[in-house]
Design a protein around this ligand. Structure first.
Ligand SMILES: O=C(CO)COP(=O)(O)O
Length: 274
């Protein structure tokens, strides 16, 4: 079955929350299938309604064919995407992966500009703008990651910094493509560190991103874009973050490698903590 399509909605319509698991460079293709099967069973047992809360995983490239086979074979409603793509479509680009290949593997989504790509691989905003275009050329929904490092947070310029990334990456993307985008705010200082930005920090940035999109593209476009938070999210912290009005989901790293923990994040409405 085709994964739940990414919903679009105007300012009056609800944005369906997206709970996304970024496996990073973890789980080979056998381990990946085992985890996905367990996640699907756990959510099935809990009678999870995928129309209310969408679920997607971002496995390594080498897992994607196995994930596709399982999702189609078992008629799962879990979506999937890749962690990166090339800005090019084909040719002499050793080691790169075309969006065309990802589309053929049934990917709905692709991460663009994860902080680990920006820092470890030196990807700059010009390249990320080209990657966004490549994703749309192949019908993939990009999940564009933005966010500041600790020095910027301490200097208090995190909002300008993050909006600067967003503007540079979106560059001259047409409004109908911007409307389909998912933006993930991932403060670098909160990734893999156990430090979670508070719900108010997540809301502050999500609201700033939406206000910026509104000023440049109008209410209808800004109202359709889903803004996620990512950085050390666990089941215990997810509900409060997801309860904030401009936060439309979470992008989970480490905790997405545990099917039970990740399922509890997906089921956040049932695990509300005080
Ligand atoms: O980078 C992240 C998701 O893309 C966050 O990772 P952690 O949840 O492990 O901090």
């Amino acid at each position: 079955m085709t994964p739940t399509p990414a919903p679009t909605a105007g300012p009056a319509g609800p944005r369906v929350p997206l709970i996304a698991g970024n496996w990073k460079m973890n789980l080979d293709h056998v381990q990946g299938i085992t985890l996905l099967q367990k996640l699907a069973w756990t959510l099935d047992d809990a009678k999870h309604d995928y129309r209310r809360v969408e679920v997607a995983v971002f496995p390594p490239f080498t897992d994607l064919r196995g994930v596709q086979t399982l999702v189609h074979g078992d008629d799962l409603s879990i979506g999937y995407g890749a962690q990166d793509l090339s800005d090019q479509d084909a040719g002499a680009y050793t080691g790169d992966i075309s969006g065309q290949f990802l589309a053929k593997l049934g990917c709905t989504y692709v991460l663009v500009g994860h902080s680990e790509r920006r820092t470890v691989h030196g990807e700059d905003d010009a390249l990320l703008a080209a990657k966004l275009k490549a994703a749309f050329r192949h019908g993939l929904v990009p999940v564009l990651c933005v966010g500041e490092g600790l020095d910027v947070r301490q200097a208090g310029t995190h909002v300008e910094h993050t909006l600067g990334q967003l503007r540079a990456d979106l560059a001259d993307l047409p409004p109908d493509q911007v409307a389909r985008l998912v933006v993930a705010y991932e403060p670098v200082w909160a990734i893999g560190t156990g430090e979670v930005a508070g719900p108010e920090d997540a809301q502050e940035m999500a609201a700033a991103i939406r206000a910026d999109l509104t000023s440049r593209y109008g209410d209808d476009v800004a109202g359709a874009v889903r803004v996620l938070y990512g950085g050390s999210v666990k089941a215990a912290s997810a509900a409060a973050i997801l309860g904030r009005p401009d936060v439309d989901g979470v992008l989970v790293g480490g905790a997405s490698l545990d099917a039970g923990e990740f399922a509890n994040i997906v089921r956040f409405e049932h695990h509300v903590t005080s």
